[in-house]
Design a protein around this ligand. Structure first.
Ligand code: ADP
Ligand code: MG
Ligand code: ZN
Length: 479
């Protein structure tokens, strides 16, 4: 059978670091980075005799995530110990949630080429992150950094509802957008704030039973997730076609070779011996508590989209694309506040900014310039200080070093020529050098005007005011 006769099945376990100020069981900062072992205390370093105290904000953030993904919020919940040994986990257990997660039975909607599709969420639970091992580059050993130990996480487990790499990407992007909008995580994938364990299996089309899955751990870029799903699905199909059998294993995706490799430790064979953490009290949640969070949820993409269509008169397509990312949406709103020209800001985002993001393969949250700077760029164009085509060059520069547009323009001598005398000089010179086009225009070929304007633009390196050029050419050609 051919690869097309198979269907790929994917389910994700997404980990998201919560942006609470302090850790889940102590008051150390959650801030990313820092000198190794400077964001720690006896609790998150697992000193004997210390006691954890649950950070209430973590529960609040997880409940927020549950509400935003249509989950049922558990009235009764608890923390459990998940026992395993690893050098970045000095307690030899991770405090997580086993059989009574905070949120269950949710769903989110994604767009597919066949229209909207619902992806079910099995559960969302809270847990602590582990530390990090920094391997010595000369192979002399590994260093343990516990700054990340105890940073709060939510784990969002999906049902195996996805059927293609496109659906996986759409689902991940949707989750990221929701978590950003409700402000529970910065979702910086490059810093590991959002990462996914990707479970993949294949089955023959029409088959009811799922195939055996493999799991790729800790994937933190859309690009590698998409590549890994494709590679792994094909590997499994080829294996089955060759008469082999898929083994349930944990795999490591290698971005450089573009292949998956078995991990040496047999994660799946492990028994974690979960049991309720005796140092922590049960979590009880009242209806009022949930209601209160529901009523204070920040504005979600759907309502922003509506507002953009009504208030700013954006086309539905543009409003949808911009609100798909909170970063783009905030960029749009804050730049519009500066320049009061929503249509123009939206055009910049929809065309040049989107194109550059694609070329650079970066996400909106990695845009180096501020919304104010983008707003200022639009102001400079609206005032006629620069033309739109120079504006494009300025924007490209802004992606390289986030300077004020006015500085970039000054440095490069890009100020638009709007001086009548200077414009006239260029117009006369172009007319003189292009007698044929002048004759063409006079013979009724209107297109010749565009050519002449183009020549004048070229002569001034795009700096001449196009409106003034047009006007002056028309005046001279009438003579
Ligand atoms: P574990 O916790 O041991 O990894 P679970 O049964 O909780 O196992 O499944 C974890 C993830 O694997 C879920 O997101 C689920 O949707 C996904 N999954 C389960 N079975 C399959 C399968 N046959 N193919 C693809 N994904 C699967
Ligand atoms: Mg798993
Ligand atoms: Zn601590």
């Amino acid at each position: 059978m051919a690869r097309e006769d198979y269907e790929v099945v994917i389910g994700l376990e997404v980990h998201s670091e919560l942006s609470t100020k302090t850790k889940i069981f102590c008051s150390c900062p959650t801030e990313f980075g820092g000198e190794p072992n400077t964001h720690c205390c006896p609790v998150c370093m697992a000193m004997p005799g210390t006691l954890p105290v649950l950070n209430e904000k973590v529960v609040e953030y997880a409940v927020k995530a549950g509400i935003a993904t249509n989950c049922e919020i558990a009235k009764n919940s608890k923390n459990d110990r998940k026992n395993y040994f690893y050098p970045d986990l000095p307690k030899a257990y991770q405090i997580s949630q086993f059989d009574m997660p905070l949120c269950e039975r949710g769903h989110v909607e994604i767009e597919t080429e066949n229209g909207p599709k619902t992806i079910r969420i099995t559960r969302i639970h809270i847990e602590e992150d582990a530390g990090k091992l920094n391997h010595d580059e000369y192979g002399r050993g590994s260093f343990v950094d516990l700054n990340r130990a105890g940073v709060p996480l939510i784990e969002i487990v999906s049902e195996p509802d996805m059927r293609s790499k496109e659906e996986v990407e759409a689902y991940m992007r949707k989750l990221k957008s929701i978590l950003e909008y409700i402000e529970v995580s910065d979702c910086k994938m490059q810093e590991g704030s959002l990462r996914a364990d990707v479970n993949v299996s294949v089955r023959k089309k029409g088959e009811i039973k799922f195939g055996t899955r493999t799991e790729m751990k800790n994937m933190n870029s859309f690009r590698s997730i998409v590549r890994a799903v494709e590679y792994e699905a094909n590997r499994q199909i080829d294996l089955i076609e060759a008469g082999g059998e898929v083994e349930q294993t944990t795999l490591r995706w290698d971005d450089i070779s573009g292949k998956t490799f078995p991990m040496r430790d047999k994660e799946d064979a492990q028994d974690y011996r979960y049991f309720p953490d005796p140092d922590l009290v049960a979590i009880k949640i009242s209806d009022e508590y949930v209601e209160n969070i529901k009523n204070n949820l920040p504005e979600l993409p759907e309502s922003r989209k509506k507002r953009y269509i009504e208030e700013f008169k954006l086309p539905e397509y543009d409003a949808k694309l911009i609100t798909a990312s909170k970063y783009l949406s905030d960029l749009f709103e804050n730049a519009t506040k500066v320049c009061n020209n929503p249509k123009s800001v939206s055009n910049w985002i929809m065309s040049d900014i989107t194109r550059i993001l694609n070329e650079k393969e970066i996400e909106p949250d990695e845009i180096p310039f501020t919304a104010e700077q983008l707003g200022n760029l639009v102001v400079l164009i609206d005032k006629g200080t620069i033309s739109t085509s120079i504006g494009k060059k300025v924007l490209t520069e802004m992606f390289e070093n986030a300077e004020e547009p006015s500085k970039i323009i000054e440095k490069n001598g890009w100020v638009q020529i709007s001086d009548e005398g200077a414009i006239k000089e260029v117009v006369m010179k172009v007319l003189e050098e292009n007698a044929q086009s002048v004759a063409d225009y006079k013979a009724g070929k209107d297109k010749a005007l565009g050519y002449l304007v183009g020549q004048a633009m070229k002569a001034t390196k795009g700096k001449a005011n196009p409106g003034m050029l047009n006007k002056m050419f028309l005046e001279e050609l009438k003579k």
